[in-house]
Design a protein around this ligand. Structure first.
Ligand SMILES: NC(=O)c1ccc[n+]([C@@H]2O[C@H](COP(=O)([O-])OP(=O)(O)OC[C@H]3O[C@@H](n4cnc5c(N)ncnc54)[C@H](O)[C@@H]3O)[C@@H](O)[C@H]2O)c1
Length: 394
């Protein structure tokens, strides 16, 4: 299906970014929000951001003007969607609200139009059920900021057709993204499903008093070259960002328990840099680089989160949710990490990962039980680089 015109619903953080990306590569875009002031603020941000691309020589002045000329704004959902080929919804993360909006657009958008949601964690199938075209509803998950981040996860709902999936993957590519397919409608899709539990287990360890926030961050900085540390990074990104995905995981992923430390922070409104307090304090609501001594780094193994991430990645592969290359791509491009979790597993040694997971399982419960795929690899002697075969061949 040839796509010419797109509607983006929501002019917030994600909506304005997606609009900019689509207009820059040549699509006509209708951007919709519920108030004029939100639309004008979104347009201001697009102009600022596109100006930066011009400054850096990544787009010409003339092309930036053409891109801006392709964007129309409206507060009317009908106007926004009545003549488009593709809709990308980026409104707040609330299932009822999304269902209500999808039901409405289903009545306005042409029957051939595909309806995509940028949800981070809500089920595509349940959003699709609000329409009479569930085969044309799909997940299209961008990462923040969409103008910069190269990953786009395309997720199949239970009724999404192959044609819808393929058209969405092609559109993602036209947007200049590396598009990966998530074959099952599972909470967190691929990237967040791997990384959110990895952060969660470290929080549990701090919550239970095994380590302090400073010990974890000192080890992350000095031993794992994470310049912001683990908790520092959460403060920087916003504790509510991963926290909201974690909450959905608790609701929909049997055995997953969100760490109370994160819940408490969210309840108190201590969300990190943006509120002036998170795990550390920021009197000017600006990031302050962490200065933690080397001695503090001794206790914590900075690969702890990675063992849990590898376990989830192995399960995703075992359950055919995504290919191994896409599982690794999701982590590298979704979080700007230089190595994928399956590649990392091969370099650590699958036997080492399994024994570390067993230690975690003993203290923190069956959610951390090593994936049957990892156990099987150990039995077969496929331990990674040291045996020349693991998830990949060497
Ligand atoms: N923020 C992130 O890092 C991130 C990353 C990936 C995906 N997402 C997902 O993208 C979606 C949007 O997130 P965001 O961070 O851009 O939120 P946001 O709050 O910045 O923006 C949402 C916008 O939607 C508008 N809106 C509310 N109801 C609307 C309606 N009925 N029609 C059109 N617009 C409406 C709001 O006025 C607001 O401007 C959420 O589903 C979120 O989970 C967010």
């Amino acid at each position: 299906m040839a796509i010419k015109k797109i509607a983006v619903l929501g002019a917030g953080l994600m909506g304005h970014g997606i609009t900019q990306v689509a207009a820059t590569v040549g699509f006509e875009v209708n951007m919709r929000d519920i108030e004029e002031s939100f639309l004008s603020s979104g347009m201001e941000k697009i102009k600022w951001s596109i100006g930066k691309f011009v400054e850096k020589g990544r787009i010409s002045e003339e092309d930036s003007k053409k891109a801006l000329g392709r964007i129309k704004t409206t507060t009317s959902l009908k106007e926004a969607t009545k003549d488009v080929d593709f809709v990308i919804e980026a409104i707040p993360e609330n299932l009822k609200l999304k269902q209500q909006v999808f039901k409405e657009i289903d009545g306005y958008a042409p029957s051939h139009a595909i309806l995509a949601t940028n949800t981070s964690a809500l089920p595509i199938t349940e959003i699709a059920a609000a329409t009479n075209r569930p085969e044309k509803v799909v997940g299209m998950h961008f990462f923040s900021p969409p103008q910069m981040m190269r990953l786009c996860e395309v997720t199949r709902g239970n009724k999404t057709s192959d044609e819808t999936l393929n058209t969405t993957v092609e559109l993602g590519k036209k947007f200049g993204k590396e598009t990966i397919v998530c074959n099952k409608d599972i909470v967190g899709f691929v990237a967040n499903r791997i990384m959110v539990p990895a952060g969660n287990i470290i929080c549990w360890m701090v919550y239970k008093g095994e380590y302090t926030v400073e010990e974890v961050d000192a080890a992350s900085i000095h031993k794992a070259a994470m310049p912001m540390g683990t908790f520092g990074l959460m403060d920087f990104v916003g504790i509510d960002v991963g926290g909201s995905v974690s909450k959905f995981m608790e609701e929909r992923w049997p055995g997953y328990e969100m760490c109370p430390l994160i819940k408490e922070k969210i309840e108190k409104g201590e969300l990190g840099v943006k509120t002036g307090k998170g795990f550390y304090t920021y009197p000017e609501k600006k990031w302050i680089p962490l200065d933690l001594p080397l001695e503090k780094a001794e206790k914590f193994d900075p690969l702890t989160g990675a063992y849990v991430a590898i376990n989830t990645a192995a399960d995703l592969l075992r359950e055919d949710v995504a290919t191994k290359e896409n599982i690794d791509k999701a982590i590298k491009l979704g979080f700007n990490i230089p190595i994928g979790m399956l590649e990392l597993a091969d370099s650590i040694g699958i036997d080492v990962v399994v024994s570390k997971l067993k230690e975690i399982e003993k203290k923190y419960g069956p959610f951390y039980k090593p994936s049957p795929l990892l156990e099987e690899m150990v039995k077969k002697g496929e331990l990674g680089t040291k045996t020349k075969k693991g998830f990949y061949e060497y």
